[in-house]
Design a protein around this ligand. Sequence first.
Ligand SMILES: NC(=O)c1ccc[n+]([C@@H]2O[C@H](COP(=O)([O-])OP(=O)(O)OC[C@H]3O[C@@H](n4cnc5c(N)ncnc54)[C@H](O)[C@@H]3O)[C@@H](O)[C@H]2O)c1
Length: 278
Amino acid sequence: MNSIAHPPGLPTDLTGRTIFVSGGGSAGPGWSIGRASCVTYARLGAHVCVVDRDAASAEETTKIIRQEGGIAQTFVGDVSEEDEVKRLFSEARNQFGPIDVLHHNVGIGKVGGPMETSAEDFDRIHKVNVRSLLLAAQEVLPEMASRGTGNIIAISSVAGMRYLGYPHLAYSVTKAANTQFIRMIAQQYAGQGIRANTVVPGLIDTPRIANTVAKMFSENSLDEARAARDKQVPMGRSGTAWNVAHACAFLVSDAAAYITGTELLVDGGLTGRYTQQN
Ligand SMILES: NC(=O)c1ccc[n+]([C@@H]2O[C@H](COP(=O)([O-])OP(=O)(O)OC[C@H]3O[C@@H](n4cnc5c(N)ncnc54)[C@H](O)[C@@H]3O)[C@@H](O)[C@H]2O)c1
């Protein structure tokens, strides 16, 4: 009788993999997407490079991971500056060896349409959101290609696909660029063992929302803004940083071994909804 070879259970284990998370801190106390992703990766056994220009915030993420018995190291620098990027990757490799996964998480924005967005603002936002992805990709792709394995994910946004009810031009344009950047490299490097995908969060309740887009939903109070934001979503609530982090962990793991060049929406159904303007 033929024996049936069983595949492993869902292979989400990341033991020993080195993951470079750009923007692994948080804009405020609590769980940002980068911080929740770093902690999730560490819980699955990865060696996590917590990279951020905010030293204290990155160190907080590293501390949480170490307190849980995980492995992490803080690397402080600006991921949109070429020299800084070279230094950060060199330090990360010295600590943990070759980078197995690049998680491009940094993202900044400024509310406004074309008449409220100066060329300087546009360049600044593009530099942090897109140029940084180019610089990081240039660091990891040759090494991943020569090893015949590697994984890249970028965090985009539903704002890069849809108008969310208020103008957010520079942010939205750069988030769309992130998605297409990833599609491009996924195709070019698919034959060399490298997978690249985009995670597209919807409305997520992270600390930075309080100081940025919350006022577009209500000027009165943060609670009212949160409630108004929640109401937009078919599932009736904003997402958590963990909802996004778990999608990231799936995509970088072997559970997603045959997935490349695509986008995973984590949006509670938001993107599929038709809403009538009042
Ligand atoms: N929160 C949401 O609703 C939402 C929705 C869709 C997409 N996103 C995207 O998810 C990602 C994380 O969002 P978040 O809300 O957790 O944000 P966050 O601001 O809390 O985290 C981003 C981190 O990146 C760091 N950073 C920014 N610029 C940097 C630079 N040049 N060099 C190094 N570090 C830098 C910040 O210090 C911060 O710690 C962003 O790309 C954001 O656009 C968020």
